[in-house]
Structure formats: C-alpha cells, structure tokens
Design a protein around this ligand. Structure first.
Ligand code: PRX
Length: 643
C-alpha cells in the first residue's frame, strides 16, 4: 500500500501494518497508563520493586517511587552474566583512523576503575560531576561511572565555550570536572583543557579536575587540583558495587536553551527515564542484542545520552562512537564506517542528510551499506526531499525511516514510526503517530483539539516515565514553562498539524527557540551574547530558513556611539559569538540598524524582522520594512516610521 504524502509518494512498498491495527495497540495503552508502564518497568532488573507506579502531584511526577535501580548495572553488569560478556559493547573510531574496541567485560572494568577513582577523591551519592570531553570512550565510561556510585553527571558539549562551561558548572555546583587535554576536529586540535582552565577561574565548587590524555598537547596541570585520568585509574579497584538508588534519584542534569537568556537544567530521573528509553528503543529501532547501533549525535546532547549510551547499552547492542567531523577527510567517511562495522541501525539529523545530498550519491555508492535495516532522523523537521534521498541512497529502499520527534525534556522519543511494534505506512516528512503510552494532541490557543489540516500547538496530555522531573533549582520555571500555557497538559513549544489520516506533521518551534543544524539555541540567549560585545548597544536575533542547516542565525545590532558599521566589525562579532557560546552560535547574517521594531511596551517585534529577512511580507508594514533594509536604510523601522 502506498501512501500519498503532501508532495511525493514512496517509491517502493515496505511491510506495513494498517494504521487501524497500530491505533488499536496505541489506544489500548492509554486506557490505563499506570498499568501499561508497570508492565514495561518489569522488563528491567530492579534491586527493589517500586511501592507505587506513579505519584502524580501535577505537574510533578514521581515514577516508580520506592524502587531501587542502578543505570550502570543495567547497561554493563547485567550483560556479564550472559554470552554478551565478550561481545563488543563499543566500537570507537578516532578521526585520524585509530580504532578501539571494548567488550562488555572491558567496559565493566573501565567503568569500575573510574568509579573507584572518583570515590577515592571524595565523590559521593548525589554529588554533581561535569563532563567536558570530546567523543572518546572515556565520555560514556565517565557517565556510567558516575551513575554507578549515585553521582549526577552534567555533560557539557565540547563545542561550547568556557563561559557556557562555567555557567553550567556553577549552576550545578559540580565538585569534579572531567575533561581532556584536547580533541580532534578536521585534523586540528581543540585545546579543551585550556578552555576549561578559563572556566575554572570562575568555578569555586570544583575541587578536582581529571584530565584525559587524548592529543598529547601541552597543558598546565594545577598542583593539588588536576589529575591525569590514566594515573588515577591505574591502580584503581576493578570491583565497585553499583549503588542502588531510588527511582527518582537524578541520573543527570542536561542544559538546554529556552526562551530566556539562561539555559535550563533539565533533570532526569533514573528509574522512569530508564524504563521509558528501554521500551521505546525496542519499539522504534527494533533494537536487539545483535544490533550494531550508530547514532551520530554528540554525547553532549540528549540524543547522545539516550541513543548512544543508555538505551543501546541496556539492550546489549554494540554501539559505534565516532570522534570526528562527518565529511573528514572525505565525504564518504560515514559510509565507510557503516561498511566497516556493519552498522544495522543508523540514526542522524536532517542537516547531515542535506549536507550529504549536496556531496552527491556517488559517495555512498562506493560502499556496501547492505547491513543497514533501519534509518532514523532526529532534531528538526525533515523535508520530504531529504527523506527520499536518505531512503533511496542510504537505505537502498529497504530500510524504513523512523522520523523521531522528541526533546531534551521528554528524555526519549515520543512520536515516531515503531517498526518494533508494527510499521505504519510512511509519509516522508511526517513522524507518523505517538508511541504507546504517549497521549499527544494538537490544540488551538485555548487548548481545544484541532481538526485535521489546521496548525496548532503540540501538547502531551498525560505524564510519561521519561519526562523531566523539574528544572534544576527552579521548580517555578518548570511549572511556568511547560504546564501553565495549557493548564494540566505539557506544552512542547512546537507547532504541529494532524492530517486526514491522523498523521502528525511537526512544523517547527512556536516560541523563541531556534534549531540550527539541529542544535537548540534561544534567541534571547544569543541576544545577550551579542550585547555583551562592547560595540553593541542593542540587538535582536531571529532564525531564517537555511537550505542545509534548517535554520540560520540572523543578528540585527544597534551600535554604540563611536562605532561605525563595517565588514571588519561583522567579522569580529561573528568571532565573538563563537567565543561566547560556541561555534554553533555563529551568525549567518549581521545587519547594523539604528532602531529595532518594537511594540509600545518595548518588546522587540521579531515577527517583523523575520518577515523582512525571509522576504515573506506580513502585510504592508513588513514589505515596507524589507524595502528599507534592502536599500541599506539605516534609520528606524518602527511601525510609526513606515506608516
Ligand atoms: O522543535 C523540535 C525539534 O527539536 C526540539 C527539541 O530539541 P532538543 O531538546 O535539542 O532535542 C533534540 C533531539 C531530541 C523539538 O522541540 N525536533 C526534534 N525532533 C524533531 C524535531 N522537529 C521535527 N521533527 C523531529 N523529528
């Protein structure tokens, strides 16, 4: 059965379940969500069974309270009792072509040695550990070592700046930082320890810094504070008992951008989170112990937490971890890796697919990709053209594409095809249906469900085990951000539309959050970075559709007296944004203006600026404003001026 999409149809048939059959399973799961999730929780090993499935004190949920569990035990120890003890847990490939393979028993040893070393330097149950590492085996090892002893990790993406690192360390009051001397990117080294040292000047909570020797570059080691990773694990014990923690004990805190200047610390539980991702990775990726699973995300994002580390390892799969850039040294680097490790499940972002489309299909054609069975997409809406290219040139028209919608907050996938249950007919560009146990809907401004074909807001109407517990140290903001717009339901911040067949089409963010190459950045956060530059008095930041990255960053800046607009200053601002937030925040376009369009109450009218740069006039006002900017107009673009 072929399903018509908005623009195209699938060229071949896959083995499908009729939608009705999937919907029967789905609807049944919602009859009694507690009973449903309790059955799922039984699939994991617990040290003690929960007293209750759910304690729901809206909007705060405690899943499986009273249950005792340990994430490292589930990801590692459990496999040692089976044939998997000598199977590969991790294939690691360095950018320069080095290889490292860790079996489950080797992974066990490494996790234990670091856990022991952490205990020795005083890390205890509930302490926070910050990880600022490149994509090397020590990163998953450090997460698991932290979980093993009941510590809480906060991974900071290694592309973030020293300021971003310092902010996250200070917010969590982390005691220990684990970093590396450097990392590789496109053949160059990134001086991670040096960047960390700048952050460490402002982080009083840090007592010890553990440094992995990766590049061998010169670094300064501070006496009494800095320790080499290889030295502290050398004589460490290889057996540290996993600490059974209560189900609601935080497993990690991960920062993500919101609609204010300050990133939010998303707190995930241990029990609920693990139950949730254990089930959904089976449903969505049909993951099995013989799967070779490669998620190309960086562990610094939630995708990496759930899809590189916790879910595939719980399932006893072999994971692939690649250190470097996707197209380095050649555009077939990824396809070479798939062929080499016989990857069966491949999970990446639409931005990456669009980039490879540009390089052309001759690059994947050079490689045998026949091991692949399922392809995934995540992080931003996938356009049908990219979907079809992925399906044809990477999946050989055999592999279903699972377009997975989720968020840092949701912990795991919420809306996606589920071949592990029954694959519904796919429509390129649609994430299809919510997964079992997820009560998702599309509503209008007032929270009323919308008929097919009308764009509205995506909401989740019932709690689910993978949901964030709160925002770190800020429960009020948690309530406000997610649960106040539509009382009693979770507001995702995304636009969505259901079609006549009930398929969900994700239509981008409805708030001031950008997705640049799948990375999440807040306009306010970007604006506060721009205005911290001495030349800038005021700034507005908006997103603009970008052919490859999905969205690009556009900055409007009003200069302070004494500064004149110039190309040199634009370049300086670009560099400044890279330094302040990280290379992901590099603006695509910068405009110097003398005024910004504002409402009477002084709020910047980003809608107007968006209309201006995207050339989509919103009434006469915006087209007039566009004209003014197009003519290099340096004056005011307030509604008053244009009228
Ligand atoms: O706008 C949605 C978009 O990414 C946002 C969440 O970003 P983040 O917390 O960084 O997590 C990304 C990876 C899970 C969402 O609010 N998004 C994510 N997946 C999709 C998507 N938009 C459309 N389709 C998707 N499959």
């Amino acid at each position: 059965m072929l399903e018509k999409t908005r623009s195209e149809s699938l060229p071949v048939e896959l083995k499908y379940w009729p939608v009705k059959r999937y919907m029967d399973v789905y609807r049944k799961s919602l009859d009694d969500i507690e009973d449903f999730w309790e059955q799922e929780a039984r699939k994991l090993e617990w040290f003690r069974t929960w007293d209750k499935v759910l304690e729901w004190d809206p909007p705060f949920a405690k899943w499986f309270p009273g249950g005792l569990i340990n994430a490292a035990y589930l990801c590692v120890d459990r496999h040692l009792k089976t044939w998997r003890r000598n199977k590969v847990a991790m294939y690691w490939e360095g950018e320069g072509g080095e290889e490292k393979t860790l079996s489950y028993s080797q992974l066990y040893r490494e996790v234990n040695r670091l856990a022991c070393a952490l205990q020795k330097i005083g890390v205890r149950d509930g302490d926070r550990i910050a990880l600022y590492l490149p994509m090397i085996p020590e990163l998953p090892i450090a997460m698991l070592a932290s979980a093993r002893i009941g510590a809480i990790h906060t991974v900071v993406f290694s592309g973030f700046s020293s300021m971003a690192l310092a902010d996250r360390i200070n917010d969590t009051e982390a005691k220990v930082l684990i970093t590396a001397d450097g990392g590789y990117r496109r053949g160059k080294t990134i001086p991670l320890k040096e960047i960390a040292d700048q952050a460490l000047e402002h982080t009083p909570s840090i007592e010890k810094v553990i440094v992995v020797k990766r590049t061998g570059q010169q670094v300064k080691m501070k006496e009494g504070r800095d320790l080499w990773y290889h030295e502290i694990v050398e004589d460490a014990k290889e057996d540290v008992a996993p600490l059974p923690v209560e189900s609601t004990h935080p497993l990690y805190i991960l920062y993500t951008s919101g609609t204010t200047g300050k990133p939010k610390g998303i707190v995930h539980s241990t029990g609920g989170y693990l139950v949730f991702i254990n089930s959904i990775y089976q449903w969505v990726f049909d993951i099995k112990e013989d799967s070779v699973y490669w998620c190309t995300a960086d562990v610094g994002w939630v995708t990496g937490h759930s899809s590189i580390v916790y879910a595939p390892l719980m399932h006893g799969a072999s994971i692939v971890v690649y250190e470097g850039a996707p197209d380095y040294p050649r555009p077939d680097r990824w396809w070479e890796i798939i062929e080499k490790y016989k990857v069966t499940i491949f999970y990446t972002s639409p931005t990456a697919i669009r980039m490879f489309m540009r390089y052309g299909e001759e690059w994947p054609k050079k490689h045998d990709l026949s091991s692949l069975t399922i392809l995934g997409s995540v992080g931003e809406p996938i356009n049908p053209e990219a979907w079809l290219w992925y399906f044809k040139h990477i999946g050989g028209e055999r592999c279903p594409i699972v377009d997975t919608w989720w968020q840092t907050e949701t912990g795991g996938i919420m809306i996606s095809p589920a071949p592990g249950i029954g694959l519904v007919p796919l429509k390129p560009g649609s994430a299809t249906f919510p997964l079992p146990g997820i009560d998702a809907d599309v509503v209008d401004e007032n929270g009323n469900p919308l008929p097919p074909g009308v764009r509205g807001y995506l909401v989740i109407k019932k709690p689910w085990p993978g949901m964030l517990m709160t925002l770190y140290k800020d429960p009020e903001r948690y309530k406000q951000t997610y649960w106040s717009r539509f009382p009693g339901v979770y507001y995702t911040g995304d636009y969505c539309m259901k079609d006549e067949d009930g398929y969900f089409w994700l239509l981008g963010r409805a708030d001031e959050v950008l997705k640049v190459a799948g990375h999440r950045l807040g306009t306010m956060e970007l604006e506060s970075a721009v205005i911290s530059h001495p030349a800038v008095a005021e700034a507005a930041v908006i997103g603009k559709p970008h052919e490859i990255k999905g969205e690009g960053i556009v900055v409007f800046a009003i200069l302070r007296q004494g500064y004149a607009p110039s190309e040199k200053l634009k370049e300086e601002l670009r560099e400044f944004m890279r330094k302040t937030i990280g290379p992901v925040a590099t603006p695509d376009e910068i405009y110097f203006v003398s005024k910004l369009p504002k409402t009477r109450s002084g709020k910047i009218m980003r809608r107007v600026l968006r209309a201006v740069v995207s050339g989509m006039p919103v009434g006469d006002f915006a087209s007039a404003a566009a004209k003014l900017i197009g003519l290099g107009f340096q004056g005011s673009i307030t509604p008053e001026t244009i009228a």
